[in-house]
Design a binder for this molecule. Sequence first.
Ligand code: PLP
Length: 457
Amino acid sequence: MALSGFASCKGVVWVNTHLIKPLVGESYPVVDYGRGIYLFGKDGKKYIDGSSGAVTANIGHGVKEIYEAMCRQAEKVSFVYRSHFTSEPAEELAEKLAQSAPGDLNAVFFVNSGSEATETALKVAIQYFQEQGQPEKIQILSRRTSYHGITLGSLSMSGHPLRRQRFEPLLEDFPAVAPPYCYQCPFKLSYPSCKMKCADDLEEAILSIGSENIAAFIAEPVIGASGGAITPPDEYYPRVKAICEKYNILFIADEVMTGMGRTGKMFAMDHWDVVPDIIATGKGMSAGYTPMAAAIVSDRIMKVIENGTKVIMSGHTFSANPFSAAVCLAVMDYMDKNNVVQNAQKQGIYLIEKLKKLQEEFEVIGDVRGKGLLCGIELVRDRTAREPFSLNEKITETFISICFENGLIVYPAVAGVTGFSGDAVIIAPPLTITSEEIDELAGILSSSLKQLTGKLE
Ligand code: PLP
């Protein structure tokens, strides 16, 4: 059977770097077209894209303005090599991203995927200290429940056992600290009496490893693929940033999933008025219309590099290609004109309300969480005891299959045995969704939960 994907071998095309079979079902349905929040299969079946693919299709599918911008740029020039030319779209996009980013984050490095964005952040952080005569500052602290990408550098920083296990011998053994996961607190404490022990854990790790060995701490503002929209209490990030500053450690915000309006602000760190040293962004930057991502770096870091070797040893053939830049500009323009970020904030509140109602009805929902339109539900065996299902029961897999069958796409968040212990799904529809469409989404979610509950009895 031929499947669509990235590399062909004797007529079989392999997809998915981390899954050996389709996310749902036994074979892939063939997509025909998409409009708004809907995708249509070749067989005529209609799906609500309730997770924007992998939290990517932020402005929905089939937007005419993007197609028109693609045609305009393709007619001029699609590709130039970044060491030969810059281009108006790339310059304009860099300017627009710098304006959207907080503080002095003004230097934009274009790459093609979120993994490359976080890996670029890693390299820039290490270089920043090398240029200052501190070559031993090379460790990157991350959290035990996290996902920062699938390349070896980004996977080294990821607390995602399922995706790591095969490559463990090749990965850097970077230290990881406790996640701010209140629902299943790693310390069995509760907020606020815990006094944010998870933030203290960062400080303790720094003290035990030695700040002279650590370049950066990386965190997803809202934990996505490995945790299902785990959102920390408001005081967490200001505390974490202060700890990083105290020990001269850079703070990298991995906004690949949360950035570009997904949480109801342009970048999720804006919710907490925290200015990171580097932001990694991707996914919603192009809203899936072309592969594009970026690392946005502070002037403070750039000044050191400009006064030093002046060269950042990173970059890819397709980096900053004018076609992709024009597409991203059109996406940002569409977001401005249609108040997409404001809609994410407003509809996010409505979606959470709907999910909380479902929680009242279905015992299997242990937790409802999220920010803006990055929401998650955690499924548990026993709500009173907050007891998770065991991994081999494959509850998330079963649930997303039921949803898919019913015409709703949701995204799994299961990291594996030593990471996030539970089962969760991400509900993150396009940021253009209306209240009526959320009602429709919640209706399918409800019937799917009914079916799941029936299977559990
Ligand atoms: N960082 C985060 C927070 C992500 O959610 C992802 C992908 O899901 C990545 C990095 C990796 O991005 P990509 O799949 O584009 O390489």
